[in-house]
Ligand binder design. Structure first.
Ligand code: GDP
Length: 422
C-alpha cells in the first residue's frame, strides 16, 4: 500500500500561545472545521458545533493529546482546492514545561503563534517564541480575541516587532474591534469578508469599507515591500513603480518563501469563535507553512562510528523515526507517538532502537484523529502516528531500519508516562 497523501501536502504544525490566549478554543474549532468528525460519520448530520463540543466533553476525549491528524482543502492561495493533511502537535504554553516545548519544537515543521489581541505579546509567548527561534521554526501569527473589549490590532503587531524582534507582515486588517468586530480585510485580494455567524455561511468577498481604505492601502504597501525583500519579481515591479501589476500569486509565493526562510511572519487576525476567520487561518497554514519536504534533511549519527548522516524526507530512504511522546491508555497500554522522518514503517517490521541498542518488532500503527483512531498497515516519511506494543521505548529514542542504523539528534528527556484521561 502506498501513501494516500503526498508528502508535499503535509503540514506538521504546533499551536503556541500564552495561557488564556485561546489555544484550546482555536484547536477545537480547527478540528471541528477540518470536517474529520463529519467525514468519519461519528456525528449525525445537521449536528451543530456546540453539540460536538458537548459530546467531546462527555466522552472526555483529549483532543490535544500529543498529535491529532486532520485534513483541509484551502479555498484560496497557492494550494487552493488541494486537500492537505494537517498534523497538530501539542505544544505546551506554560513555561514550567520548557522541556516539553523543546521536545515538540523538535518534531514540528511550522507553528501558529496565537496572541490575545487585547494583550499583544505576553511573557510566556515570548519564552516559547525564543525557543522556536532557536529551532528555526517558521511561524505565522494569529491575533485572536479581536471581539474582546480592548482588542488592539496595531498595538499587537507592534509588540510582535518590538518584543520578539520579528518582522510581522499583516495579510489581514480587522474590520472593527471589540463588540464592533465584524470581519477582516484580505490585503492580498483587497476584499472585505464579514463574519456572518448568524447564517453560519462564509460571507462573499465585498468592497473594503470606505473608512478602512487608506489604512488597508498602507498595510498592503508594507506587505509588498516585505515581499520585495524576498522575491525578485515583486522587487522588480516595486522599484519600477508598477505596483498594480504585482499579482496575488506573486505575493503569495513571496509570503511563502519569506515565511519558510524565516524572514517574515504573516499576521492574521480574528476570533476563535468565528468560523470564517478560522477557515482563513487554516488556508494560511497550508499556504505559508512548510511541508516536511521543504525542509533540510534531518541529521543524525551512526551509532557505532558517530559519523554524521542525513535522512532526506522521502519514502525510498532507509526508515528513521523519532519517539517524541509516550502516553498510557487503559485499553491498549503504552502508546508511543512517532514522527517518521524517512522511509516507510510497517506493522510487523523489525527495527532497531538505536539509542538503546535493541531490536523491536513494530506492533499496531495508527493515526489519531480528533475522536477516532485509524489503524493503518504502514506509515511514511512525514507522518506523525501512534505505535502500540513497542517494548521499552523512551521519549527521544530513534527507531531505524536494521540495515541503516541512525541516532537522530534528540534531546534527553527525563519523562514520566502521561495518563490519558479516557
Ligand atoms: P488557552 O489557555 O490558550 O487554551 O485558552 P482557551 O482556549 O481556554 O481560552 C481562554 C478563554 O478565552 C476562554 O474563556 C475562551 O472562551 C476565551 N476565548 C477564546 N477565544 C476567544 C475569542 O476569540 N474571543 C473571546 N472574546 N474570547 C475567547
Amino acid at each position: 500500500m502506498s501513501r494516500t497523501t503526498r508528502i508535499e501536502r503535509y503540514r506538521n504544525i504546533g499551536i503556541m500561545a500564552h495561557i488564556d490566549a485561546g489555544k484550546t478554543t482555536l484547536t477545537e474549532r480547527i478540528l471541528f472545521f477540518t470536517g474529520r468528525i463529519h467525514a468519519m460519520g461519528e456525528v449525525h448530520t445537521g449536528s451543530t458545533e456546540m453539540d460536538w463540543m458537548v459530546q467531546e466533553k462527555q466522552r472526555g476525549i483529549t483532543i490535544t493529546s500529543a498529535a491529532t491528524t486532520a485534513s483541509w482543502k484551502p479555498e484560496r492561495g497557492l494550494f487552493a482546492g488541494t486537500p492537505h493533511r494537517i498534523n497538530i502537535l501539542d505544544t505546551p504554553g506554560h513555561v514550567d514545561f520548557t522541556i516539553e516545548v523543546e521536545r515538540s519544537l523538535r518534531v514540528l515543521d511550522g507553528a501558529v503563534a496565537v496572541f490575545d489581541a487585547s494583550q499583544g505579546v505576553e511573557p510566556q509567548s515570548e519564552t516559547v517564541w525564543r525557543q522556536a527561534d532557536r529551532h528555526g521554526v517558521p511561524r505565522i501569527a494569529f491575533l485572536n480575541k479581536m471581539d474582546k473589549v480592548g482588542a488592539d490590532f496595531a498595538m499587537s503587531v507592534q509588540s510582535i516587532r518590538q518584543r520578539l524582534g520579528a518582522n510581522p507582515v499583516p495579510v489581514q486588517l480587522p474590520i472593527g474591534a471589540g463588540p464592533e468586530f465584524r470581519g477582516v480585510v484580505d490585503l492580498l485580494r483587497r476584499r472585505a469578508f464579514f463574519f456572518d455567524e448568524a447564517s453560519g455561511e462564509p460571507s462573499e468577498a465585498q468592497e473594503i469599507p470606505e473608512p478602512l481604505r487608506s489604512e488597508a492601502a498602507a498595510l498592503r504597501l508594507r506587505l509588498i515591500e516585505a515581499c520585495a525583500e524576498v522575491d525578485g519579481t515583486v522587487l522588480g515591479k516595486y522599484v519600477d513603480g508598477r505596483l498594480q501589476e504585482i499579482t496575488e500569486e506573486e505575493l503569495e509565493r513571496a509570503l511563502r518563501l519569506g515565511t519558510l526562510q524565516r524572514q517574515l511572519v504573516p499576521v492574521l487576525t480574528g476570533a476563535a469563535f468565528k468560523k470564517k476567520g478560522v477557515q482563513m487561518l487554516l488556508d494560511a497554514v497550508v499556504n505559508y507553512l512548510p511541508a516536511p519536504s521543504d525542509l533540510p534533511a534531518v541529521e543524525g549519527v551512526t551509532p557505532d562510528t558517530q559519523v554524521k548522516v542525513t535522512r532526506p524526507a522521502n519514502d525510498e530512504e532507509a526508515m528513521s523515526a523519532l519517539v517524541f511522546k509516550l502516553m498510557h491508555d487503559k485499553s491498549v497500554g503504552t502508546i508511543a507517538f512517532l514522527r517518521v522522518y524517512s522511509g516507510t514503517l510497517r506493522t510487523g517490521m523489525a527495527v532497531l532502537n538505536t539509542r538503546q541498542q535493541r531490536r523491536e518488532r513494530v506492533g499496531r500503527l495508527m493515526f489519531m484523529h480528533a475522536n477516532k483512531r485509524e489503524e493503518v498497515e504502514e506509515v511514511h516519511a512525514g507522518d506523525i502516528c501512534a505505535a502500540l506494543n513497542l517494548r521499552g521505548v523512551r521519549t527521544g529514542d530513534t527507531l531505524s531500519a536494521l540495515e541503516a542504523p541512525v541516532v537522530l539528534e534528540a534531546l534527553h528527556f527525563p519523562e514520566p508516562v502521561i495518563q490519558l484521561a479516557v
